[in-house]
Design a binder for this molecule. Structure first.
Ligand SMILES: NC(=O)c1ccc[n+]([C@@H]2O[C@H](COP(=O)([O-])OP(=O)(O)OC[C@H]3O[C@@H](n4cnc5c(N)ncnc54)[C@H](O)[C@@H]3O)[C@@H](O)[C@H]2O)c1
Ligand SMILES: O=P(O)(O)OC[C@H](O)CO
Length: 333
């Protein structure tokens, strides 16, 4: 039986543990808080994040990372992107040589501008053949109800991707493999930023033309960055690109979309942060994505506009006007 340690009892870690258990894996969930972990172990409910969901009874929960990781075929990492380095530094000595590391995270590290798979390889000291990325249109709240969804399982080593594909394949969750790790990760990280922009437009009362324009031009920015970083452009037309962008930009379940909507409605950044209990990765990753783009000479005007609103306090109306006033250019360049 495939053994999986899921590190993180937030929304996605918990739902992913359910997927793995439904697919027939032996699953241990690691969490930070004893009380929450005890309740998951005893009642099979994560009260804080998914109170309506009864988890498969076979899932064990623990605060002991060593116990969770012992004998694991896969260590599935699901903490906020900006905390991965510190969390993984504690776990790395406990990870055994047969364990592949799986990233569920969608972000770019501030300062280093590293993708999550790069942080994993560096901190855990493992080669790319042991790092897997899962990314796609996967709103945890829908998958918790076992609604049909698909995703991409990416690894430089296709055989490892296939092993994890099998480990998480259920009647409601359909994973496709890909070897384009860079493209899949950029798709996931940048869609959070575009989700903020579309949410802002939504909050400002703007309609579907504006939102479709932001989505499409957002994908153009993502593809431009991806090409410079060696991604396969086809990835951006797939589930980890367009698929995730559409889900995030359409759904009130998306934390990034909701965060943007609150800003667009006129809430201050402090008020918006106070109203957000879960991780909206785009809030921090907009800065690291822009940093990554600039270091590579890539223009990302929508990402820059989001940084202007979120981190420089510029009014959404003014920033939108600025985007529309950019000089005219061909669609493809
Ligand atoms: N929720 C979704 O629908 C979804 C879907 C796909 C991908 N993701 C990605 O998965 C990753 C995790 O997201 P999530 O939705 O589970 O987040 P979340 O906010 O629901 O949970 C984060 C978890 O990380 C834990 N954690 C560990 N160390 C932490 C620290 N130092 N600071 C704060 N929290 C810490 C928290 O206790 C919590 O259990 C993100 O990168 C997100 O983009 C989320
Ligand atoms: O709630 P969000 O905005 O973090 O989006 C969740 C998932 O990434 C959607 O695929």
């Amino acid at each position: 039986m495939t053994r999986c340690a899921v590190m993180g009892t937030g929304s996605w870690g918990t739902v992913f543990a359910m997927i793995l258990a439904d697919a027939g894996c032996e699953v241990t969930l690691w969490g930070r808080r004893q009380e929450l972990v005890d309740a998951i172990d005893r009642d099979h409910v994560n009260r804080d994040y998914l109170p309506e969901l009864t988890l498969p009874a076979g899932i064990r929960a623990t605060t002991d990372a060593a116990a969770a990781l012992a004998g694991a075929d896969f260590a599935v990492l699901s903490v906020p992107s900006q905390t991965l380095r510190d969390n993984l530094a504690l776990w790395a000595p406990l990870i055994e040589p047969q364990t592949a590391l799986v990233s569920l995270m969608k972000g770019v590290e501030l300062g280093t501008v590293k993708r999550m798979s790069e942080v994993i390889a560096e901190v855990a000291g493992v080669g790319p053949e042991r790092v897997v990325v899962v990314s796609g249109p996967n709103l945890a709240g829908e998958i918790a109800n076992r609604q049909p969804a698909a995703t991409v399982v990416a690894c430089a080593d296709e055989e490892v991707a296939k092993r994890f594909q099998k480990a998480c394949h259920t009647p409601y969750f359909r994973p496709y493999t890909n070897t384009d790790v860079v493209g899949c990760e950029l798709g996931g990280a940048v869609k959070n930023v575009i989700g903020l922009a579309v949410g802002m437009a939504n909050g400002m009362g703007l309609g579907d033309n504006t939102k479709a324009t932001l989505i499409t031009r957002g994908l153009a920015e993502t593809t431009r960055l991806g090409l410079v970083l060696g991604a396969d452009p086809h990835t951006f037309a797939g589930l980890a690109g367009m698929g995730d962008l559409v889900a995030t930009c359409s759904s009130p379940l998306s934390r990034n979309n909701t965060f943007g909507t609150n800003l667009g409605r006129g809430m201050t950044l402090a008020e918006t942060i106070a109203a957000t209990s879960q991780t909206a990765e785009g809030v921090k990753s907009c800065e690291s994505v822009l940093d990554l783009a600039r270091r590579n000479g890539v223009e990302m005007p929508i990402v820059e506009a989001v940084v202007d609103v979120v981190h420089k306090g510029r009014p959404t109306q003014e920033v939108l006007k600025g985007l529309m006033a950019r000089s005219a250019k061909p669609e493809r360049r």
